[in-house]
Design a protein around this ligand. Structure first.
Ligand SMILES: *[C@@H]1O[C@H](CO)[C@@H](O)[C@H](O)[C@H]1NC(C)=O
Ligand SMILES: *[C@@H]1O[C@H](CO)[C@@H](O)[C@H](O)[C@H]1NC(C)=O
Ligand SMILES: *[C@@H]1O[C@H](CO)[C@@H](O)[C@H](O)[C@H]1NC(C)=O
Ligand SMILES: *[C@@H]1O[C@H](CO)[C@@H](O)[C@H](O)[C@H]1NC(C)=O
Length: 237
């Protein structure tokens, strides 16, 4: 009599399976129809007027620093990052051999100590682009505003200036379960996740101090062993 018993047990299980899969597929339809319900949803802020300290007369928003926000350290208790809230700095990239006395490009960093020299950025409403106040020109260089963008190379994803191929950056508003999250975050091409790694023994030209390298997580890059995930927030937002 084992077989009939077995089939009578299978019957309610089959009903149960059908019910759960029906519930799950309707949940799936709900989720697909409302993408923000999946968790984080982001929206570009295309206009400088919406950024902190916008001046209607100069058409500039800023200057402000960039700040490490929601940094995650997988090896620390509760994921706490020692550099949470640290602000932007800068360094220069290797210059052309034939023009060693001119600073033509560089990148934005995060300082290794919040007492170190910081670098400010702004949104230029006349040219509709984000610029940084960086050391450039004939060495030792002078501070001036230059457009920044993402160096779209698999090994970097860094925030650079002076590279014509760099992809523009902009601010994004984040939504969590449909509700706007406080702050505006820097990103490019609908990506706002960054990674950070220490410069090691490299020091910045501005203060001879080590720094953190921030890289946007572009499709070509993957997180490395020594890197931490973070968002980059526009200070004052
Ligand atoms: C901003 O400036 C424009 C002219 O450039 C003017 O038309 C507008 O009223 C100003 N807006 C505010 C809020 O002052
Ligand atoms: C991450 O956590 C480890 C272990 O607590 C710590 O040694 C390291 O300095 C932390 N790094 C950052 C960036 O928070
Ligand atoms: C970014 O995301 C928004 C909203 O999901 C979408 O409308 C837009 O086309 C996306 N832009 C890019 C460049 O992927
Ligand atoms: C950031 O990373 C998280 C975790 O991998 C992912 O769920 C999310 O979609 C990413 N967000 C953006 C805006 O790139």
């Amino acid at each position: 009599m084992a077989r009939p018993n077995g089939s009578s047990i299978h019957f309610p299980i089959t009903i149960f399976t059908m019910l759960t899969s029906a519930i799950f597929s309707s949940l799936f339809i709900l989720v697909s129809a409302q993408p923000w319900k999946r968790g984080i949803f982001i929206e570009p802020v295309t206009d400088c007027t919406q950024l902190p300290s916008y001046n209607n007369h100069t058409k500039m928003a800023g200057p402000w620093t960039l700040k490490v926000d929601s940094c995650y350290n997988g090896t620390a208790t509760r994921g706490l990052c020692s550099i949470e809230g640290f602000e932007s700095g800068q360094d220069i990239t290797r210059q052309r051999e034939d023009r060693p006395n001119t600073i033509e490009h560089g990148f934005i960093t995060i300082v290794s100590d919040n007492d170190n020299i910081k670098t400010t950025l702004r949104c230029n409403g006349a040219l509709n682009r984000i610029e940084a106040y960086v050391l450039s020109g004939v060495t030792p260089g002078a501070l001036d505003w230059h457009a920044v963008g993402i160096d779209h190379h698999p090994s970097t994803g860094r925030l650079v200036w002076g590279k014509p191929q760099a992809v523009p950056v902009q601010a994004y508003r984040h939504y969590h379960r449909g509700k706007p999250v406080e702050g505006l975050f820097l990103g490019s091409n609908n990506e706002t996740n960054w990674t950070m790694h220490s410069s090691g023994r490299d020091v910045s030209i501005t203060d001879m101090k080590p720094f953190w390298v921030m890289r946007l997580m572009i499709p070509e890059t993957s997180i490395r062993e020594n890197e931490f995930r973070t968002l980059i927030r526009i200070d004052g937002s």
